[in-house]
Write a protein that binds this ligand. Structure first.
Ligand code: SIN
Length: 299
């Protein structure tokens, strides 16, 4: 990748036009909207709101159906890497989509979303460790090529260790994206005394400044516990400073969500130039000079 920055799945990636805009921008890669077997309208509006500190969303996987994104992958020119996000409503759906992707034999990389917090009545799969292990066993059988997973945030060192041990068992699993939004937060408008979004009584996934420390902790712990795998950082990146922090915590590349939604694709060139300026100020020539080299105060 010419740049370590690309879009978070869900932002600028639902339609061909949006994907083309990311492909034509300074982003180093692009990823499609998490797809399901059939097209989905998603949850009722309003379902996304930005605030001075970030965003809340309960989109409910609005997408054009997997065939639309696989068609896009078929005609893409691969001037930069293309990731395809998959988020079936069941394990069987994921297996069906991955089987179809395997048959196409394209150079794109699937990111299996195990962490959508916005489907009423459906808990985030990756909080169920046994179900995650079962899913990865079956995925590895139908898809014997490199793939990744998108994880929800974890909040306890025991859970980091348990999930990392589980993920380390799967050789085909080459990357994990940390983190999806912090699920089921609630933002309240003081004047109207109302929730900001309609679905799920106002509960939704948080992004932006609200989640940066949680994202950094997940990137740091998973990259430390899974040295053979790549960690893609996602959460709270709005300038070169947060991108630098994610890389310092061990991220191979980083995804931009809320900031991209608010600023558009110009965010990629701006954040990249801020990152380069920061590296130059610190005397770093390349990302490997500082990637994963976070200092802690006990050493
Ligand atoms: C959504 O469409 O609800 C967002 C997907 C996700 O957070 O995984």
């Amino acid at each position: 990748m010419a740049s370590p920055l690309y879009n978070a799945s869900g932002v600028m990636c639902r339609t061909r036009e949006e994907l083309d805009a990311v492909a034509g921008s300074a982003a180093g890669a692009l990823i499609t909207k998490s797809c399901t077997l059939l097209p989905r309208e998603g949850n009722p509006e309003p379902r996304y709101r930005a605030t001075p500190l970030g965003s809340i969303n309960s989109m409910g996987l609005p997408n054009e159906g997997y065939q639309y994104y696989f068609d896009y992958a078929r005609q893409f020119d691969y001037r930069k890497p293309l990731f395809v996000s998959i988020s079936g409503m069941s394990l069987d759906d994921n297996l069906q989509m991955l089987t179809a992707l395997r048959a196409l034999n394209l150079p794109c990389l699937p990111e299996v979303n195990l962490s959508c917090p916005n489907l009423p009545g459906k808990p985030q799969l990756a909080y169920d460790f046994a179900a995650t292990a079962e899913a990865l066993e079956q995925i590895s059988q139908v898809y014997p090529h490199p793939f990744g997973v998108k994880l929800p945030p974890y909040f306890d060192p025991v859970h980091f260790a348990q999930m990392a041990a589980l993920l380390n068992r799967f050789d085909g699993l080459r990357f994990v994206t940390c983190i999806n939004s912090v699920g089921n937060g609630l933002l309240v408008d003081l004047e109207s005394e109302s929730t900001l979004i309609r679905p799920k009584g106002g509960l939704g996934g948080l992004g932006g400044d609200y989640v940066l420390p949680t994202a950094l902790a997940n990137v740091r712990e998973f990259s430390r516990l899974m040295p053979e795998k790549h960690v893609i950082g996602c959460g709270g990146i709005k300038s070169g400073a947060e991108a630098f922090m994610h890389l310092l915590c061990g991220a191979t590349a980083v995804q931009i969500g809320t900031c991209l939604h608010e600023e558009g694709v110009a965010a990629f060139a701006r954040i990249e130039s801020e990152l380069i300026e920061l590296m130059q100020r610190k005397g770093y020539q390349c990302l490997a000079d500082f990637r994963g080299k976070l200092k802690t105060l006990d050493c």
